[in-house]
Structures are given as C-alpha cells and as structure tokens.
Design a protein around this ligand. Structure first.
Ligand code: MG
Length: 375
C-alpha cells in the first residue's frame, strides 16, 4: 500500500534517474530504400526511473540519412543535456517536461522521441491505463502494410508474393532508383499479385519533380492503381512536392519533408501534399505527433503513422498513437516483423498484418532482453 499512499497524500512523485542502453537486433533480410541499406537494428533504449518505483521505457534508432541522428549523438544529448533537466521533476507535468526537452537543443528529434516515449509510458503507468486509451482510445486493433525493399523487379516480385501469402493486403513498394526501372518494378509486382492487393509506393526523395510527374502519370496510364506516392522528391523542396501534387491524380504523401508541427502547417497551407506520414523519430515523440495530427485533421488531411527500422519499444509507442486517433487512418508499422528476433516482452501483439494493443498500463512492455547499459 506504499505507492498508492504517496498519490493519496498528494506527495509529488519525482524523476530520480535516467539510464540508457544499447540494443542490437539482426534483420531477417537487408532493408533497402533509395537512401540506405541496413542489416541490423542498432537502437538506444531509455529508462526513466522515479522515487516511487514506477519507470518508463523509450527507444530511438539512429537514422542519419533521414533525421541526422547517430547513436552517439542520441545518447550524448540524452545524458548530458536532457537528463539533468528532468531529474527531480514531477513525471506527470507533461507540458513542462516537453518544454524542457524541446529547449535542450534544436533538432535531435530521435533523442527527444526516446525520452518522450519513456515519459508517456511512465505517465500512463501512473494512471494505470494503456497509453492508447489516455491518448484518445479510438480503437485497439490496427492493420499494417508490409514494406518491400527496392531491388530488381524479379526480387521485388518474389518478396511481394511472399508478403501476400503471409496475409498482407497492403504493400508498400520502395522505389526511387531510376524512373524507368521504378515503373517496371511496380508493373511487375502489380501483374504478379493481381488487383485485390493495395499498393502504395515510396520513392524516399529519389525523383526530381518532373521525373516524379512522368513516373506517376505512366503508372496512372498503365492503371497500376497506386493508392498514394510517398515522398517522391527532395525533403526540403516543398515547392517541388507541390508541383508534383498539382500535376498528378494519385495522392501524394509527405514523409521526410515533415518533421515538426510547423512543417505540417506550412505544407498544408501550401497544399503541397494530400496525406501526412508521422514518425515519432521525426516529430520528436508523441507530444508533437498529437499536434501534427490535429493540424492535419483541421485541414481535412488524413495521417499515416510509420516508423523507421526500429525494435518494438518505439514501434509499440507509435501503435498506441495510431490506435488512439480517428484521423490516423493508415499504419506502416511492419518494422518488428523485419527483425530476426524480438527482444521485447509484452507491447503490441503482431499477427501478420494485424496489430493488437495491449491492455496493461503504459506501453504494456514488461521487459527488454540483451540490453547493454552505457555508463
Ligand atoms: Mg517513407
């Protein structure tokens, strides 16, 4: 009865420590986009402890090609800048804590996300509710797509057929490596899997604006039935993205162009895209992701929640966010299915494309194996 007494008496809980760990998980198969090739997930795990025994877990992967963050940077910022600001603070003061985190440094969205996730895990454990319920509780089940790495059209065809056999009805094809080859890749996959499977494509900035318009129009003419095209052009070229959006019928989604709520507002005021992809590693965590979703919803724009190549702590946090909100209509959270092993106990339950949110408090994660503490 010691812990509840603390709360009943109104004694303020305090953050007492913040620890970081390395987590290494091999992939089943190399993950390839137009930006990078990865063969294992090498993530930072954060544990925030309190003087009452409650703790929260967070995670960040290094994605230098997208966020600019590497593990040493993530860990250095958390230990040297964020930790001293949080020690002694009340973990329930979400707004104040995020003000402290946001002002600890510019950029560094991955480090901020890892801490943000741990704080939300902690907050929802204190309130004895699964995180998705505290965030809105719209639903407790999600369906994710499966990502097909960019390879030869023959290899992508085989990978796509295998995903369909495993029950996936939504495929995300990575392209952006040569316009003509890309058109051929999508055509070959569409012919192999038939019309009943949903295809979206992600060029990861691999096309020039005019190339993108050419490629997308060809795919439209061939009736390849693409649900949407993700980030066809360079991240910082908002005008280029708008030029593409204005010249094709297929919806355009912003991914690498959109990190912050301010980015989202600018893109939507420009009408540069039709859809938004939130990733916690870009937004700096759930706190800003909620603002981005609200901005998108106010513009009548639906949101997808995606992830980098991450293990299941941070992807579970993304799933809680996705389940919480009605305006989040799409889910690209297949990363844990690309890992050769799962070091995480609890968290989201994955059965092929189906994701079920846990009903225990917080993220619902009870342990993470193979952690190496960084001193
Ligand atoms: Mg993307």
């Amino acid at each position: 009865m010691f812990f509840p007494m603390f709360i009943i008496l109104g004694v303020e809980m305090k953050i007492s420590d913040l620890k970081i760990y390395n987590l290494s998980v091999p992939l089943i198969k190399e993950f390839k986009t137009s930006l990078r090739t990865v063969s294992s997930a090498e993530d930072t795990i954060v544990k925030i402890e309190t003087d009452t025994g409650f703790f929260g877990l967070g995670e960040a992967p290094p994605t230098a090609e997208i966020t600019g963050d590497i593990n040493q940077g993530i860990q250095g910022l958390i230990i040297n800048k964020i930790k001293p600001l949080l020690i002694g603070e009340d973990p329930e003061n979400i707004d104040k804590l995020h003000y402290l985190i946001e002002n600890s440094a510019v950029n560094n969205s991955s480090a901020k996300a890892a801490v943000d996730i741990a704080l939300y895990d902690l907050f929802s454990k204190i309130h004895k509710a699964p995180l998705y319920k505290l965030l809105g509780g719209y639903q407790n089940m999600l369906t994710t797509d499966m990502t097909i790495s960019v390879n030869s059209s023959a290899e992508m065809r085989e990978d796509a057929l295998q995903a369909v056999k495993a029950g996936y009805k939504n495929l995300k094809l990575k392209v952006g490596k040569g316009v003509e080859e890309d058109i051929e890749r999508v055509k070959v996959v569409r012919e192999a899997i038939g019309d009943q499977i949903n295809i979206k494509i992600d060029a990861n900035q691999g096309w020039q604006p005019k190339e993108a318009i050419y490629a997308i129009k060809e795919m439209e003419a061939e009736k390849l039935n693409i649900e949407f095209v993700e980030q066809p052009t360079a991240a910082l070229d908002f005008e280029g993205l708008k030029f593409v959006r204005d010249n094709v019928l297929t919806p355009i989604m912003a991914d690498e162009s959109m990190f912050s709520p301010a980015d989202c507002l600018r893109l939507l005021e420009m009408r540069a895209c039709d859809l938004i992809n939130i990733k916690l590693m870009k937004s700096g965590g759930i706190y800003n992701a909620l603002k981005i979703n609200a901005i998108a919803e106010a513009h009548g724009v639906e949101v997808m929640v995606g992830s980098m190549l991450e293990a299941k702590v941070s992807v579970t946090a993304a799933a809680h966010l996705a389940a919480a909100k009605k305006n989040i209509t799409r889910c690209d959270l297949d990363a844990p299915s690309l890992l050769a092993e799962d070091p995480v106990t609890g968290g989201m339950k994955i059965d092929g494309p189906e994701i079920k949110l846990p009903s225990n408090p917080g993220l619902g994660i009870t342990g993470v194996k193979n952690l190496k503490e960084i001193k």
